[in-house]
Design a protein around this ligand. Structure first.
Ligand code: UDP
Length: 247
């Protein structure tokens, strides 16, 4: 029985976010890999919910994904504000690392997206930490429709059960939504944003103390100042929308 029948969800700006713990997410992914249906997992954060509030197609998509895990501190705070608290923050990077540590050789993983050489380096690091893991393949590709045929052929050639897509939101979610049914071996597809950069070590994660204090946005602003607009959306626009209950 899937957690779906047990899991509760909280709606934030019209998008359902699942009340799941990090451990439950891993169990679920493992459960999904042996299921008969294909599952799309999204990792919404504050910025994605701001995007969804302006982009109906994206909001509709996030209302039909199979699992939406709360990937930002902002969602946890928002859920507390609307008095329907989420369990905990479950980041994409921790989910990928934890899941990979539990996979057996029956399940293989394909890493799609990120900059040139990043997925390969991430695969190397995942393999170092988990010698048992089967990395079916890696490919940078692009979310452009004209590249989809090549990507799908590559994925179908190595038949992974788990597909991790790092094209950033909302491109990765639209890509999965459009093409998942063309890759029959894939049981679980998940949009993972900058996760491969973190695992490859090409982008540094905020120090633990900043993560604990919910200051990851400040670290990103200092280390990647060009992300100002995105940080503004997450730190100013998102709370404003939640506080004013605007949709
Ligand atoms: N990316 C890509 N192709 C594109 C656009 C983005 O491979 O056309 C990758 C990019 O290199 C990065 C990831 O998508 O690895 C998105 O990372 P970002 O930091 O934006 O994600 P976040 O974790 O902030 O959502």
């Amino acid at each position: 029985m899937y957690y779906r029948f047990v899991l509760d969800r909280v709606f934030i700006l019209g998008v359902p976010v699942d009340k799941v713990s990090s451990a439950q997410v891993c169990d679920l992914i493992l459960q999904f890999t042996s299921g008969s249906q294909q599952k799309h997992i999204a990792t919404p954060n504050s910025e994605m919910l701001v995007e969804a509030s302006k982009n109906k197609a994206f909001k509709d998509l996030l209302n039909r994904t199979d699992l939406n895990i709360p990937d930002s501190a902002g969602l946890i705070l928002a859920s507390k504000f609307i008095k329907n608290p989420l369990i905990e923050r479950v980041t994409g990077v921790d989910t990928v690392k934890k899941t990979c540590s539990k996979l057996d050789s029956k399940n293989s993983v394909f890493l799609l997206g990120a900059g040139s050489g990043v997925a390969e380096k991430a695969a190397e690091n995942l393999k170092k930490d988990n010698p048992e893991i089967v990395i079916a393949g890696t490919y940078s590709g692009s979310p452009k429709p004209e590249d989809s045929e090549e990507i799908i052929n590559r994925i179908n050639e190595c038949k992974p059960s788990i597909l991790l897509v790092a094209y950033g939101a909302p491109a990765q979610e639209f890509w999965i939504d459009k093409y998942l049914n063309k890759m029959p071996s894939v049981r679980v597809a998940m949009g993972i944003g900058g996760t491969l950069d973190f695992i490859a070590g090409t982008v540094k994660r905020a120090p633990k103390i900043m993560r604990v204090l919910n200051l990851e946005w400040l670290f990103r602003l200092i280390t990647q100042p060009w992300r100002f607009k995105r940080v503004w959306k997450a730190v100013v626009v998102f709370p404003f929308k939640v506080l004013t209950k605007s949709k």
